[in-house]
Design a protein around this ligand. Sequence first.
Ligand code: DX5
Ligand code: ZN
Length: 224
Amino acid sequence: MSSVQISPSILSADFSRLAEEVNAVPSADWIHVDVMDNHFVPNLTLGLPVVESLVKASPRPLDCHLMIQDPDRWAPGYAEAGAGSVTFHVEAAHAPIRLARAIRTAGARAGMALKPATPVEPYEDMLAELDMILLMTVEPGFGGQKFLDVVLPKIRRTRQLINRHGGAVWLQIDGGVSAETIERCAEAGADVFVAGSAVYSAEDPDAAVGKLRAQAAAAASRVA
Ligand code: DX5
Ligand code: ZN
């Protein structure tokens, strides 16, 4: 079985029909939920009450990506609400180690996200505290942006760091992931792929998930 995982982002879904939209991608591994507070990023989406409802409506576990200020205060609540994975931005966290531990204690996988220009090297010693690193390949805030190739070397370096530490941490890529870009990401060492517009703009979203998965798995096996 391939280790590739696909996490469709509902940011590109129809917000008036979220329950139907999460059920439109039954072959996905996760449902990626972008929480934005209009402070950490210049956009506003949804928060804890909607996540509490989606936990019940979704056939797949929720992968919550918190693009918010003060995640130290808010992130553990998403884990308590039943999200399977909770990712905070390191640029916004006051005490990232304490926060990662709080997320795990509340029962979720702990993820840490880095914006495109944030270096990964200072966080090498934190890997044992994390279940996933999310590398943004667009500036966070909006779906449908162009993939930033400039992040590819950081994906490779992060894969090397993770492998040096036993390889247990997942490496997620978010932003501009599509049929055009997913192979480059997989070859560089990513194993969890967020795709918003590439999935929800497709005529058959679940078929789009399957195609992205096959492309990523083929690319990953070429470099294995
Ligand atoms: C952007 C969000 C992404 C977004 C990706 O800040 O974190 O999850 O939905 O959308 P696409 O795949 O369209 O770039
Ligand atoms: Zn996201």
